[in-house]
Design a protein around this ligand. Structure first.
Ligand SMILES: *Cc1c(COP(=O)(O)O)cnc(C)c1O
Length: 359
């Protein structure tokens, strides 16, 4: 039976990226040696690193003055790396979910954290809009897509202080105006590749101003190098993860880049939200205007609450994988990242309709 992968991360990847990784593990770049066994100083590898950076710059239209880094430790390591690099005294944070809360916790090691708005009062089912960003903050941190709750900030906001965004789960899903951001970071394992690497897009002029000593590995400047060959190569980079990232970015480019991805993602999300709104068994959990086009969260409507387990089983028998909601929201979550085909969404919708007609 065909499986439809709705996992929240790690998650579905473009088939061709997975296939080329398999080939490269056997024989990297016609060297006769596998990707996992080459030296990261092999010229062919240095080229992959460079091309990966170029693809990021091209796809996201990254202006001069920014660097793209590939670092280990996932997004969670960036929760403390970021304030270690940027916080002098105080930072402002928007608390839109558990990931934001974790970022806030780590920032407190470096200074004062001003949580200027939170949607915790309604289990993070919306994005707060009524807040003022303090002009004396060193930066303002947002989480653009709240993976667990299915809420998303759909535009690049204006901020009087450097804007920092955790874009783990919606990077590459739409075009963004990089010039509005000071730093963008995220774990790769949602839209850009497998786990094991984080991407960091950083405006260089923000660095080196905290007046605090900083460990080499934590200092972004360590990973920025005058020589293209040494960029993100201070220590051994996660070669496998970067390789799959490279192949995934190539795929995104072949699909027509971020405009095309955005159109495709909006179309997929609309198909699923339309069904949730139409089907009497289900209701969406996120505020309509903040609905994520990456993670679609829904629960059984009150009258059919007792059918939750039954639907999960029904869907699982029809090949749906990973649709159980996060424990803090319950119900269901379908993650429909870039690489999720439209057929998967259509199959899930069909499943919801078939279940409804037998109730
Ligand atoms: C998955 C996720 C994280 C955590 O990423 P790790 O790489 O596992 O540390 C952080 N923020 C958001 C928004 C996420 O979706």
């Amino acid at each position: 039976m065909e499986k439809y992968n709705f996992n929240a991360g790690p998650c579905v990847l473009p088939r061709q990226a997975v296939e080329s990784a398999i080939d490269a593990i056997r024989n990297f770049d016609n060297t006769g040696i596998g990707l996992l066994e080459i030296s990261h100083r092999t010229p062919g590898w240095e080229r992959v690193m460079q091309e990966t950076r170029e693809l990021w710059k091209e796809l996201l239209n990254i202006p001069e003055g920014y660097h793209v880094l590939f670092l280990g430790g996932g997004a969670s390591t960036q929760f403390f790396t970021l304030p270690a690099n940027l916080m002098k005294k105080k930072a402002a944070y928007l608390q839109t979910g558990v990931w934001a809360k974790k970022a806030i916790k780590e920032a407190k090691f470096y200074g004062e954290v001003d949580v200027i708005a939170s949607s915790e009062d309604k289990n993070y089912s919306y994005i707060p809009k009524d807040y003022t960003i303090p002009a004396d903050a060193d930066y303002f941190h947002i989480t653009t897509n709240n993976t667990i709750y299915g809420t998303e900030l759909h535009e690049d906001i204006d901020s009087p202080v450097p804007l920092v965004a955790d874009m783990s789960s919606d990077i590459l899903s739409r075009p963004i105006d990089i010039s509005k951001y000071g730093v963008i970071y995220g774990g790769a394992q949602k839209n850009v590749g497998p786990a094991g690497v984080a991407f960091v897009i950083v405006r260089e002029d923000l660095l080196g101003q905290t007046g605090r000593p900083i460990q080499s590995m934590v200092d972004y400047r360590t990973h920025i190098s005058d020589s293209e060959k040494n960029q993100s190569m201070f220590n051994t980079p996660p070669v496998f993860s970067v390789f799959v990232m490279h192949e995934t970015l190539k795929w995104v480019k072949e699909q027509g880049g971020l405009e095309a991805m955005h159109k495709f993602n909006k179309e997929k999300a609309a198909i699923l939200y339309d069904e949730i709104d139409r089907n009497k068994l289900f209701v969406g959990t996120a505020a309509t205007e903040d609905r994520s086009i990456m993670n679609v969260c829904f629960v059984m409507s009150d009258k059919y609450k007792d059918k939750e387990g039954e639907f999960l089983q029904f869907a699982t028998e029809r090949g749906m994988v990973g649709i159980k909601g996060h424990r803090s929201v319950g119900g269901f979550r379908a993650s429909i990242y870039n690489a999720c085909p439209k057929e998967a969404v259509e199959a899930l919708v069909k499943c919801m309709q078939d279940f409804e007609s037998q109730i």
